[in-house]
Design a protein around this ligand. Structure first.
Ligand code: ADP
Ligand code: MG
Length: 250
């Protein structure tokens, strides 16, 4: 589904990604683990099309099509979704208006009919109950005054409603207590299917107890250093990232 080939990315004169190569198959849940400052969020932004990043080499293909020239909304229309490490507060934008506009834009781009208000309300009610998003939160402006954990749940609610093809979760576990972690993980797990893939970026192994990945990739110094199965996450938990940063430590 997603193929990243030899991706080099700079911000200003700083090289952040230095030849990153990664493949995620249909239905696969791939975890990326790595130390802080390694370029994990940069990778998630470059896939989803945030501006300000200079791609000096390489490709990102979704179902064989290079998406690097597309605008963020065009990538979203193709089914790419990013749950932010730091979701943004947007005072003045009503959450329900935002959700409805986003959901119907997705549906239009897939050639489906737009949802009328009653159906939309029903979909939101069901999904928000599952994710512990209260009616009171839904009445506030988007993410406005939400706690860190509430923002993360709101991001997963968006994902549940938009039904993307490729979901990227950037440290969704940070700021979540154990109960919220379980609820959010169940939300993600219920979206898993053979035609939908995920890239789960995390710092800690803990999240992967709840969202069981098919593959685990260690990212350090702007590249994937090692790939393996779920056992690799446990090994990292025990030994940390030191061996992957050895050169810098020396
Ligand atoms: P991670 O998510 O793995 O912690 P990031 O992708 O957030 O890492 O950042 C990787 C490196 O790139 C960091 O050293 C960060 O300071 C730097 N960086 C990211 N965005 C910018 C930017 N807009 N301007 C300058 N440096 C940046
Ligand atoms: Mg990050």
């Amino acid at each position: 589904m997603l193929e990243i080939k030899n991706l080099h990315v700079s911000v200003g004169d700083r090289k952040i990604l230095k030849g990153l190569t990664l493949t995620v198959k249909d239905g696969e849940v791939a975890a990326i683990m790595g130390p802080n400052g390694t370029g994990k969020s940069t990778l998630s932004y470059v896939i989803s099309g945030r501006e300000g990043y200079e791609i000096t080499e390489g490709e990102v293909l979704l179902d064989g099509e290079n998406i690097l020239e597309l605008e963020p909304h065009e990538r979203a229309a193709k089914g790419i979704f990013l749950a932010f490490q730091y979701p943004v507060e947007i005072p003045g934008v009503a959450t329900m208006t935002f959700l409805k506009a986003a959901m119907n834009a997705q549906r239009r781009s897939r050639g489906e009919e737009e949802l009328a208000t009653p159906e939309f309300m029903k979909a939101v009610k069901e999904a928000s109950a599952k994710l512990g998003v209260s009616q009171e939160m839904l009445r506030r402006p988007l993410n406005s005054g939400f706690s860190g954990g509430e923002k993360k749940r709101m991001d997963i609610l968006q994902m549940a409603l938009l039904q993307p093809k490729f979901g990227i979760l950037d440290e969704t576990d940070s700021g979540l207590d154990i109960d919220a972690l379980r609820v959010v993980s169940e939300g993600v797990n219920s979206l898993r299917n053979p035609k939908r893939s995920f890239l789960v970026i995390t710092h800690y192994q803990r999240l992967l107890d709840y969202i069981k990945p098919d593959t685990v990739h260690v990212m350090a110094k702007g590249v994937i250093q090692r790939s393996g199965g779920p056992a690799l996450a446990l090994e990292l938990e025990e030994h940390g990232y030191r061996e992957y940063l050895a050169e810098e430590a020396a």
